[in-house]
Design a protein around this ligand. Structure first.
Ligand code: 5GP
Length: 118
């Protein structure tokens, strides 16, 4: 069994965090250290440490993460202006919390997808 992270405690509300959305598959809440004006995390309720651990059984959950991101972008009023969805994986991807999460980023111009890495 993979080790739980703080996100499992947020899902179960053992660490009280205002939830923007929760259903049988996914949970969404604001990032504690927002990088942009609107920074929301959408996570599966099931602990999946990294995208490398995803299986075909998770396809419904991963699809739900996207449709919830779309709804939250609309609720945030950023859908028409635009936004970015990111999932980091492992060290080079910059992953810090090993419970996969979709970053919904927007509310301001985000610029190029990445600073020049080379
Ligand atoms: P990663 O770098 O793993 O893709 O992103 C992890 C994100 O989780 C970071 O943006 C970080 O600010 C956020 N985060 C870490 N701990 C907590 C927490 O306890 N509560 C909330 N709301 N966000 C967290």
């Amino acid at each position: 069994m993979p080790e739980e992270t703080i996100f499992s405690k947020i899902i179960r509300q053992e660490i009280p965090t205002p939830l923007l959305y929760q259903d049988d598959l996914v949970t969404a809440f604001r990032d504690i250290a927002p990088l942009v004006d609107s920074h929301i995390l959408i996570i599966p309720n099931k602990l999946i440490p990294t995208i490398n651990d995803v299986t075909e059984d998770d396809e419904l959950t991963l699809g739900r993460m996207i449709t919830v991101a779309k709804k939250l972008a609309k609720a945030e009023g950023i859908d028409q202006q635009g936004y970015r969805l990111i999932i980091n994986c492992n060290e080079d991807g910059g992953q810090e919390v090993y419970h996969i999460h979709l970053h919904l980023l927007g509310g301001q111009f985000l610029g190029p997808i990445l600073p020049k890495a080379k």
